[in-house]
Design a protein around this ligand. Structure first.
Ligand code: ADP
Length: 856
């Protein structure tokens, strides 16, 4: 057995192996140790291998799903090895002692789940593949729970942002690629071929060319090829639901890298959960599919004004008509998740209940379409969605006739095909029913006949139907001429059979077997019908999700007094009384009021330097404006009294000293890497928030960097930017940077206490209030007093010498500084390293020739 196990483990490709033995999946060796820890189950041992006992643990098959869920969550990938023949077949093949053959039937990995229990209803589950082809990165992504597939191409520098948007739970990449995404699973490089990708996709969708689906580049197709090969591998050749691929073009969306997404806490808060995130504060969708669509919208805000206005128009329409909105939401709420049911059906793991969900989902969509068609003044987007909601009459009719009202999740027991659908099945069922009636009549008859009132006819899985009497009546029935045959003696009872009972029981068994087979055949037909209509069903599910998102956005806006943003193409931002949706919620829960603040940026006033005490509300202000831009470009209303949003092509959010130790970089290093990305990538159409840049290093370094970064953002990137800092010295930048203005969050010391007003006003920050904040935070009195005397000394020193920023006023203008040599110029490096004095004239001439050659 161990030989078989080890052979399978070899094939498991580094995954944990679930080895089926009877009613258990067993794990051995390292797998067992790891799993027993994660699952908190007993680690035992069995036999010996190489002179040591083999560690082992096991999980019952019937409960395997929940254990799998926990392993997947903990980052494991699991290979499932099942018995692929019966013990009888094994005996026939190899004699009495033959081992039942086992094989890996599938892999369960984070990105390839379809089980309802393992998926979060409100989150997409994405598997991504990335590869490099001729200086371009191709990215393919699929959510196999719904079949959505998209392909994208980007520059290598933008791969991080592209993958961050997808938020894949599993990413694969060629094993020979040095720059493969962090944490990706290496796969054979030969699996990423563009021709292979095109061929596979054409084959899967039964088309001769992919042109009808969009324009796909070679890197996109190569990534798709790798993705499909991996799906083949994990499904052991059985592909999940795959809808026609959609080509996604980076330029259609606002770019945000991973750090920005993390710091804005869009889909997840910094603690990792949904709680405290933007989506939690915004999501009023009533369906899982709607919530998934909203997450996608927030992950990929649009850049096209017309497309944004289209979404906004639908939200507005539903915002204006509260009754209609309520009605729609009530209807949507009752609908099952047809998209995911379809995913399971196509993956071959569908249940009768999934078919029922398709029926109910499609019928509900048709009803909704009917309701909407009667309303006047529909927005264009809704008119475009309506046709997608209908057209399933045949499937709805078939499934309605074929299935019972609430089909079971278990298909092997039958009972899901409705009466009247199949006359033969009805006949078989009535035979069973007749026989069961007959059996209950027999019970009465046998009681009469024997005079034993306690006689019962019972059923169990081992004996089938039998007659049971209390032990003391046993003898009476044991008599040779009693007409009963003895089957079993129990502690207090005896069990018998009788000819008539046996006949009826056989009738039931036979009819039951045939009925099950008939139901099974119908199940296959219905599944085939669903698969044939898969693209249209998926389209309907997507349209429902889109309507749910709009209705949810309208609901949220009505609830929180949000406004419709107006979208412009100018480099401007004018937010009146903006609020931070998450902080406002949190404060509201404690009965506190959020102070709304304005933010107005334009080409001529594009950089706001924001000072003020810690805890004064600087970060909140920065983020709220970024979130308002994001919400607006995702096509929703925003938490403000009014807002004009000049379209933002890239958004950056940097917070000083954020931790990213997982990747082995110091905090300050991370901060600088991220800042470098902004300086390299931000365009005049970008929006940047910088929070306490330079905090992670010494005061001098920090101030110097913050100064230089602010100057560069202002003079080179020329983007809109909010820059929070506690370096008062930066205020001097206002003298030289014409589009930079000073602002601060207000605070007052009142009777020795600090009052934070959370109000943003113009002008430089008056004082840092650091000690007052420390006292507010509960730092002991003596320590604060001591700090006060240290401060007095420092301030005296500053007054005498001009402080750490003394002399900054004489810095040459920034424009001169940018001219500094571009770094990494080999020619310059060579020249710099050259020791001219040590050269002979002849060598010097040689050098000159060499340098000339290098330029040429
Ligand atoms: P800073 O970045 O200046 O240190 P934060 O933005 O982190 O300050 O805000 C600190 C706390 O102040 C927040 O957690 C919140 O409770 C409160 N706060 C911030 N902004 C506001 C506001 N506009 N209205 C009310 N309370 C606010």
């Amino acid at each position: 057995m161990m030989t078989q196990y080890l052979g399978l483990k070899d094939k498991a490709d580094g995954c944990m192996l679930f080895y089926r033995m009877g009613d258990f999946f067993e794990l051995f060796f390292e797998d067992a140790k790891q799993a027993s820890q994660i699952l908190d189950i007993a680690l035992t041992s069995r036999g010996e291998h190489g002179g040591a006992p083999i560690p082992m643990c096991g999980v019952p098959v019937h409960a395997a799903e929940s254990y799998l869920a926990r392993l997947i969550k903990a980052g494991c990938r699991v290979a499932i090895a099942e018995q692929v023949e019966t013990p009888e077949q094994a005996k026939k093949r190899g004699g009495y002692k033959a081992l039942v053959m086992r094989d890996i039937v599938r892999f369960v990995t984070a990105g390839t789940l379809t089980e309802e229990a393992l998926l979060e209803p409100r989150r997409a589950n994405v598997l991504a593949a990335a590869c490099l082809l001729r200086d371009k990165v191709g990215v393919a992504a699929v959510d196999i729970s719904t079949g959505r597939m998209e392909l994208e191409e980007c520059a290598p520098d933008d791969m991080g942002a592209a993958l961050a948007r997808l938020g894949a739970s599993e990413t694969i990449a060629p094993d020979n690629w040095g720059e493969a995404p962090f944490d990706s699973i290496p796969r054979g490089a030969h699996e990423f071929s563009s021709e292979g990708g095109a061929e596979r996709l054409c084959g899967i969708h039964g088309v001769a060319t992919l042109d009808g689906f969009g324009t796909f580049t070679r890197p996109m197709l190569a990534a798709a090829c790798g993705l499909l090969a991996y799906l083949d591998h994990v499904g052991r050749g059985k592909l999940p639901l795959l809808l026609p691929p959609v080509a996604r073009h980076g330029e259609a969306h606002m770019a945000m890298d991973e750090a920005t997404r993390g710091s804005l806490e869009i889909l997840r808060s910094s603690t990792g959960g949904r709680s405290g995130s933007l989506i939690e504060a915004v999501d009023r969708c009533v369906t899982g599919a709607g919530a998934r669509q909203l997450a996608e919208d927030l992950s990929a805000p649009l850049l096209n004004r017309a497309a944004i206005e289209e979404r906004l128009e639908l939200v507005q329409w539903l915002y204006d008509d509260a009754l209609l909105r309520e009605d729609l939401r009530a209807q949507l709420r009752s609908l099952p998740d047809a998209g995911r049911a379809l995913g399971r059906v196509v993956a071959g793991r569908g249940s009768p209940r999934d078919l029922g969900q398709l029926r109910d989902g499609l019928a509900g969509a048709a009803r909704l379409a009917g309701r909407l068609a009667r309303v006047e003044g529909r927005p264009a987007m809704l008119d475009a969605l309506l046709p997608a909601l209908v057209g399933h009459d045949r499937v709805i009719d078939l499934f309605s006739r074929a299935l019972v009202a609430t089909p079971p999740t278990e298909r092997s027991q039958g009972g899901f095909i409705a009466e009247g659908y199949d006359a033969d099945l009805d006949e078989l069922r009535s035979t069973s029913k007749d026989a069961r009636d007959a059996i209950s009549k027999l019970e009465a008859k046998y009681r009469d006949q024997t005079g034993i009132a306690a006689l019962k006819i019972k059923y169990n899985g081992v004996l089938g139907y039998f007659i049971e009497v209390p032990a003391r009546f046993g003898d009476q029935l044991m008599a040779p001429d009693s007409g009963f045959t003895h089957r079993q003696t129990m502690a207090g009872a005896m069990r018998f059979n009788a000819l008539a009972l046996h006949e009826e029981a056989s009738r039931i068994a036979e009819a039951g077997g045939h009925a099950l087979a008939a139901e099974e055949a119908h199940f296959e037909e219905l599944t085939a019908a669903a698969i044939a209509a898969r693209n249209e069903i998926a389209r309907t599910a997507a349209a429902l999700a889109r309507i749910d998102v709009a209705a949810g956005q309208a609901e949220r806006a009505a609830e929180g007094n949000w406004c419709r943003p107006s979208i412009s193409e100018k480099c401007e931002l004018a937010i009146v009384e903006g609020r931070h949706p998450v902080v406002e919620n949190a404060l509201g829960a404690q009965g506190e009021r959020f102070v709304a603040n304005d933010c107005t940026l334009s080409q001529f006033d594009r950089l706001w330097l924001l000072g003020g005490p810690n805890m004064g509300g600087k970060s909140t202000f920065l983020r709220q404006n970024a979130l308002i831009v994001l919400l607006a470009q995702a096509g929703g209303f925003v938490p403000a009294r009014a807002a004009t949003i000049g379209l933002v092509d890239r958004m950056f959010s940097r917070v000083g000293a954020s931790d990213n130790l997982a990747r082995g970089r110091s905090t300050f290093m991370v901060e600088m890497v991220e800042t470098a990305a902004i300086l390299q990538q931000a365009t005049p159409r970008s929006f940047v928030i910088l929070d306490e840049v330079g905090r992670g290093t010494s005061t001098y370094d920090g101030l110097a960097l913050a100064w230089a970064v602010a100057e560069a953002v202002h003079g080179v990137n020329r983007c809109r930017c909010l820059f929070a800092t506690h370096y008062h010295e930066l205020a001097r930048l206002a003298d030289t940077c014409e589009a930079l203005t000073l602002h601060h969050v207000r605070a007052r010391e009142w009777k020795g206490d600090l009052v934070l007003l959370h109000e943003v006003t113009t002008g430089p920050a008056e004082s840092s209030f650091g000690l007052a904040v420390a006292r507010l935070a509960g730092v002991p009195g003596p320590v604060v007093s001591r700090a006060k005397s240290v401060l007095a000394k420092l301030e005296k020193g500053r007054a005498e010498t001009g402080g750490i920023a003394a002399g900054l006023g004489d810095l040459p203008l920034f424009a001169n500084v940018v001219e500094e040599a571009p770094k990494g110029d080999p020619l310059r490096e060579k020249l710099a390293a050259l020791d001219i004095d040590a050269l002979s004239p002849r060598d010097a001439l040689g050098w000159l020739y060499e340098l000339k050659r290098q330029i040429g």
